[in-house]
Design a protein around this ligand. Structure first.
Ligand SMILES: CC(C)(COP(=O)(O)OP(=O)(O)OC[C@H]1O[C@@H](n2cnc3c(N)ncnc32)[C@H](O)[C@@H]1OP(=O)(O)O)[C@@H](O)C(=O)NCCC(=O)NCCS
Length: 247
């Protein structure tokens, strides 16, 4: 191995190592922080995952230039590796430019927009699905972010039809606060949480609505409800809403 390659490997921050059982068997894995040397593998993973995605509107591809920016200081990315192969990735973008800032959907002031961090990229190789790896990686990034104490808000947008992603964001305490048309006129939930001021919901009086009934969900949101959980039953995917408690 060349000296430079060895140096890069030594300096990369390992977050976790362990074993995981996937359909092809038991695998040893490493989760570590990604840097610009991982760019090509991320691009390949995105091409492979999105190339096989039947419902294209579930995920918006991230341009290579933006990935590089995140890897070189404009955010943080973690990767799940088996051997040297990148099998899953998740990224946070910060600081977030005015143009890309999802908090503009909620008419945040310019000052508040500067305190926003966003999930931007989340991919799991088909061979490694079924282990909630998206949640595992997103949780690592959210915890590190909270520990650093620099951000006030964590935002992202999620398709109402992307069950694993809805499950990931609600598990991390992000709440659905708006339904918008974005990107190519696709439906998106705007979800966020404020780290130091979690919003309390009246979950004893929750209402569950099919993910496809967006008008009904919008009506609830306008009445002061937020989406905070999800489940599947014989009718399909249901999103669970509850009203924000007054204080
Ligand atoms: C979204 C994604 C990262 C999740 O991968 P993952 O962490 O391996 O997700 P899992 O396969 O472990 O599934 C997580 C949960 O969603 C459920 N799920 C997965 N696919 C589902 C589907 N198509 N319909 C309904 N439920 C589904 C699983 O049953 C599981 O729920 P459970 O734990 O209650 O059983 C992966 O599907 C992916 O890369 N998708 C394409 C890119 C994408 O959409 N990225 C996110 C938005 S940009």
């Amino acid at each position: 191995m060349k000296a430079l390659e060895r140096k890069i490997k030594e300096e990369r921050e390992v977050i976790e190592q362990g074993q995981i059982t996937v359909p092809s068997g038991l695998k040893e894995y490493t989760i570590r922080i990604l840097d610009e040397n991982d760019l090509e593998q991320i691009v390949q993973l995105q091409n492979s995952v999105l190339g096989k995605l039947k419902q294209k509107e579930l995920c918006v591809p991230i341009p290579k230039e933006e990935m590089l920016e995140i890897l070189t200081g404009n955010g943080e990315s973690v990767g799940f590796f088996v051997g040297d192969k990148l099998c899953a990735v998740c990224s946070l973008l910060f600081p977030v430019s005015y143009e890309n800032n999802m908090a503009r959907e909620l008419n945040f002031s310019d000052e508040e927009l500067r305190l926003v961090v966003q999930f931007e990229l989340s991919l799991v190789d088909l061979d490694f699905r079924g282990c909630n790896l998206q949640l595992k990686l997103a949780d690592i990034l959210a915890r590190r972010l909270e520990k650093r104490g620099e951000a006030k808000y964590l935002f992202t947008t999620v398709s109402p039809y992307n069950y694993p992603s809805i499950k990931t964001v609600t598990s991390l305490g992000l709440q659905i606060v708006k339904i918008s048309k974005m990107y190519f006129n696709w439906d998106r939930y705007v979800v966020y949480k404020e780290f130091n001021k979690p919003v309390k919901l009246d979950t004893a009086n929750s209402i569950s609505i099919l993910n496809t009934c967006l008008a009904e969900q919008e009506k609830l949101i306008n009445e002061g409800y937020r989406g905070y959980s999800q489940f599947k039953d014989e009718e399909g995917i249901k999103i669970v809403f509850a009203k924000v408690c007054e204080n």
